[in-house]
Design a protein around this ligand. Structure first.
Ligand code: CTP
Length: 400
């Protein structure tokens, strides 16, 4: 970030107080920071704090009432390498979407020569409102990079989506932007992702499940979203959460429910990444009330679940691209190739349980990608986040 010129726009939301931390981080990393605040934002953070931390006077009004001096918004726009608006309220978002310039920040946005990043922050119901979603999509169509709001405790006392991304996340998004990684290479693509385990009910309180955390599928969804894709994420029971205006998350419990969601969305998707650890079998019948110890037959009869990936492969058109996963203990490549052919995949991500640090409940993974021409690409043991980046990079190179 050394020497980068960052123009920070602050609008009037409670999250504005967190911007002090962001300014500190940016300054520490060697960036130059100048700030413009909307008049409403000074109710949430003092301009004195902002100017002291940034080391520069703060722009608030078009002209200084004491000196009569005019603030040149065009000059701000020419100075900056990037404009970052955080927090972005629903009101400022709406004004940006229609090109309203009724304060210094909005006028500056309209005269910017450099890219803009925004970090929305609002209450639960506001963030879910169709007009807000529409405005965010409009901003993206205008080439603005949206740093999605997160899920968590909100100032209203409600719990849910709408909380501004943490200063660390915004900082990372700015750094990524300068590394030019986030280039929207999946814009216009609709990607269907399955993630997590499935639970197969025995009775209303018991089930057959597995230890999948869902992390791999969620990390892949995050990378696809940051590359501009529309994502349908079909998730079994996990503790993972993800919020994004281009994300449709469908929560399911059983393999049958996951299958219904896959069937509803596969035809309209151009790419499928099936990372879920779907239970291969389910109990033949589910008791309608909790079974008493004395009633339980110690042997549970099972039937096979549908194979979702094989179904998608069998219904794949020539414009669709399909990726599967396999967890093997032996003959990794040979078994991987068999699965790839049987399920009609374009490539398969192989995990070997024999590798230390790979598998379900750990945060790291070691993969080999095998494609339908038998090309093998091995990757080093890395975090699941990095592995997701590798998989999506491979996908982008394959579909282009
Ligand atoms: N998969 C699926 N539906 C199932 C089982 C698996 O969609 N009912 C998908 C997984 O999401 C994964 C791939 O198929 O992408 C491989 O799963 P795996 O269980 O390793 O393969 P199987 O074909 O079930 O083979 P086996 O368990 O015999 O190794």
């Amino acid at each position: 970030m050394q020497g980068k010129r960052i123009l920070l726009g602050i609008t009037g939301g409670i999250a504005a107080y967190k911007i002090a931390f962001l300014i500190r981080m940016l300054k520490k990393s060697g960036a130059e920071v100048r700030c413009i605040m909307t008049p409403a934002s000074s109710d949430f953070i003092s301009p004195l704090v902002v100017s002291t931390l940034s080391g520069n006077p703060v722009g608030i009004e078009f002209w200084n009432k004491q000196t009569g001096e005019w603030t040149n918004h065009v000059e701000f726009g020419l100075w900056a390498d990037v404009l970052v608006i955080a927090p972005l309220t629903a009101s400022s978002l709406a004004k940006m979407a229609i090109g309203n310039s009724d304060n210094l920040l909005l006028a500056t946005y309209l005269s910017m020569k450099c890219p803009t990043l925004v970090a929305p922050a609002m209450d639960l119901d506001m963030y879910q409102h169709p007009s807000v979603k529409r405005n965010l999509l409009q901003l993206e169509a205008d080439q603005v990079v949206v740093i999605p709001a997160e899920r968590g405790e909100l100032a209203s006392g409600l719990e849910g989506e709408g909380r501004m991304a943490e200063p660390e996340t915004i900082f990372k998004a700015i750094a990524t932007f300068f590394e030019q990684k986030n280039t929207g290479r999946l814009k216009g693509h609709k990607i269907l992702i399955t993630a997590g385990p499935t639970f197969e009910a025995i009775d209303p309180v018991r089930f057959i499940g597995n230890h999948s955390s869902g992390k791999m599928g969620f990390e892949i969804a995050k990378v696809c979203l940051s590359e501009g894709a529309d994502v349908v994420l079909i998730a079994g029971p996990t503790h993972q959460t993800l919020t994004h205006h281009r994300l449709q998350q469908i929560d399911v419990v059983s393999a049958d429910e996951m299958f219904e969601a896959v069937k509803a969305h596969w035809e309209s998707s151009d790419t499928g990444v099936f990372a879920a650890a779907v239970a291969d079998y389910k109990p033949i019948s589910v008791a309608s009330s909790k079974m008493k110890k004395s009633d339980i037959d110690p042997t549970i009869a099972l039937v096979k679940n549908p194979d979702l990936l094989a179904w998608a492969g069998a219904h794949k058109s020539k414009n669709q691209y399909l990726v599967g996963f396999a967890l093997e203990t032996e003959d990794l490549l040979q078994n991987g190739m068999l699965k790839l052919k049987k399920k009609n995949l374009d490539f398969i991500v192989l995990n070997s349980l024999a590798d230390e640090g790979a598998g379900f409940s750990v945060d790291t993974n070691k993969i080999t990608i095998l494609d339908e021409r038998n090309k093998q690409t091995e990757f080093e043991l890395s975090s699941k986040q990095k592995v997701a980046e590798n998989i999506v990079e491979y996908l982008i190179n394959s579909i282009q």
